[in-house]
Design a protein around this ligand. Sequence first.
Ligand code: UDP
Ligand code: MG
Length: 360
Amino acid sequence: MQLSLIVPTYNEKENILPLVERVHHSLSSIDYELIIVDDGSPDGTAEEVKRLSSTYPLRLIERKERGLASAVVRGFEEAQGEALGVIDADLQHPPEMIPQLLAEIDKGADVAIASRYVAGGGVEDWAASRKIISKGATLIAHLSLPSLRKVKDPLSGFFLFRKKIVEGINLEPRGYKILLEVLARSKVQGVAEVPYTFTKRERGKSKISLKEEIDYLRQVVALALSEDLWRKAIKFGLVGISGIGVNEGLLFLLTDTVGLSEYISPIPSIEASIITNFMLNDLWTFSDRREGSWLRRLAKFNLTMAAGAGITYGVYSLIISLTSIPYLIAMLLGIVVGFVWNFTLSFIWTWRKRPIRKDA
Ligand code: UDP
Ligand code: MG
């Protein structure tokens, strides 16, 4: 399997020679091409690459724009290999690990990540603040992108993968975290993580800035909106709002027009809204998970909704009896907790997803 290794560079002149040598030495028995994507470095990085391209299997792509992720995506487009890899130019990613990562791909993994956050991995020489930012960013990824929770280091900048997993997929190259984009958009199953230590930068300077942190948050939001869980949660919430309309409308009709007692009319009103909510969720929110009996799902939904209403009421009464929080706010908090309950049970029980066993 041929490997195309992509290296984004911006002002890395002094790192090019040691990088190219170490890569070449590490990949002596591997068919590979090294694609260096230079963001118009003013320090002469591109000239240094050209100088070495007669000796090594090197290709230079010169760009005018800046940006790590977009440079890497450009490299993907030019790559010939069946396996693609990304490594920084500054040797903070040890090239000697590439054969190990490639071995994971050969064994069947779709993505092989050099991971700082599995046992045996780590970072050298990072200030506490950078450690906290990195861990915090990883936590944000895990919280917002549930499908990636099993990947310990989804923000690693050093990884290999099978080219076919990104074919036909639109990667949005924003910021630094291209692995996150690959993992989230390609929905891969077989991910292997190999521990390594992110070493100290010996030459040149880091280009990371506040802009990359902000870009990262924007990237996470964009990816989260494409995640099944959040899409379903949003649809479920919209259906819930329609249910409030059904409930209130019927309550008014039965009480004011029909003349039922206001202690009786909520019962059919609430049940009607549960039924319309069920139908909308069944046809729309969970349309991809309609399995087995329709009546059974309706019964489950009724049950969880009743419990959810009880929870909303319980939270509401607890807050007003124990705190001085205004009752309208207390009700909102109760609704939030009830919503989380209703959605969670719907997601994991009423419209349960059939387990797929494909983990590696
Ligand atoms: N890089 C790039 N374009 C940019 C910013 C960075 O090609 O606009 C390259 C940089 O030359 C290096 C890699 O991306 O090879 C990682 O950047 P850096 O070392 O600044 O990130 P850090 O290690 O501090 O996270
Ligand atoms: Mg670096």
